[in-house]
Design a binder for this molecule. Sequence first.
Ligand code: NZQ
Ligand code: ZN
Length: 385
Amino acid sequence: MDNFELYNPVKLIFGKGEIAKISTNIPSNAKVLLTYGGGSIKKNGVYDQVISALKGYKVIEFGGIEANPQFSTAMKAVEVARKENIDFILAVGGGSVVDASKFISVAIDFSGDEWDILSKGANINHGVPLGTVLTLPATGSEMNSGAVISRKELNEKRAFGSPYCFPKFSILDPTVVASLPKRQLVNGVVDAFVHTIEQYITYPNNAPLQDRIAEGILQTLIEIGSDVIDNPSDYDLASNLMWSATMALNGLIGKGVPNDWGTHMIGHELTALFGIDHGQTLAIIGPNLYTKLIDSKKEKLAQFGRRVFNLEGDNDLEVAKQAIEKMQEFYTSLGMKTKISELADNAEIAPQIINDRFIDRNWLKLGEKGLITPKVAKEIVEMSL
Ligand code: NZQ
Ligand code: ZN
């Protein structure tokens, strides 16, 4: 096992009716910026619960944060927060609202060009405290310190992370899952699944506990995935999806083991170029990335096949191939498309653009063994057209 440090200060508040606890977790004299998305919270009753829990607080609302949140929108919120001297941010929404709010939190007191936070990994030394009410189980953003922000005019989608981005608290009430459209539920199941495999399908590293936690998350998602998509108001299914998605990316399972974020890095480019949903990009790229890198990942792919899909056989390469097929079948069974061209008219521009962007950003050796060069990324995208 590799050396590691684990730090996660997020207070997680889980369960039905827990949104009311907002008030015991925000200082009573705080001026709160309430951030949210395109309005789903006003239709499903979450907004009303939040407003009633915020009774007595000074609240400034900032709605309209879009899926794949835009830098320009987040900067409008930063201006409001600076003008109003906001001292707490409450994000109510999915990963997009939470991510935008993390960026807003650290950009408020940032001196310099705020885009540098994303494009240059500029140093961050302060964040306005943030709390979240999660409405979409998928990203794990509610319990991690990362965020992903897009900039349409540059066709860019970039990630950043800072310990200042950890929410002070996150409230996870699984009843919010009931109002999710099927497409977002599918995205959520696949996003959580891929977060788990990107910290697991690398090479054996003598970390059986991390492996078994990862396998437990994967098995749970396979067991409940299609049921929760069909019955999102089933509380037991919704709560297990929510907890699985948080556990998939709260920093625990990737400690002490190699990680490979290649599927995500390539997937983000497809969202930036074509607006394809995040979870859908992962379902397209993942199986092709594993096929391309099967020789270097075959031991863990075979372990994944045997332990998660109960495949049999002694030959790792053969079991690894079947495991990739099973992964693909799982995504397809949930309703995911398998090709970029099913979702974008000009898919053929992607391989070269992604190759060039990876070179520009000096992303020359992604993956746990540095095998995802810009050329390999290009070939994976070509397989996905
Ligand atoms: O905007 P509203 O009206 O709220 O509607 C949203 C949005 O249209 C809707 N929705 C959310 N909760 C709902 C609901 N509709 C009905 N009922 C509810 N309870 O769902 C749509 C999608 O929401 P979004 O927040 O965009 O989805 P998700 O949570 O999947 O977040 C995706 C974003 O997170 C980033 C992705 O790249 C993408 O930008 N990621 C963030 C990560 C992180 N911070 O750790 C890691 C991930 O890998 C990912 O990259
Ligand atoms: Zn993801």
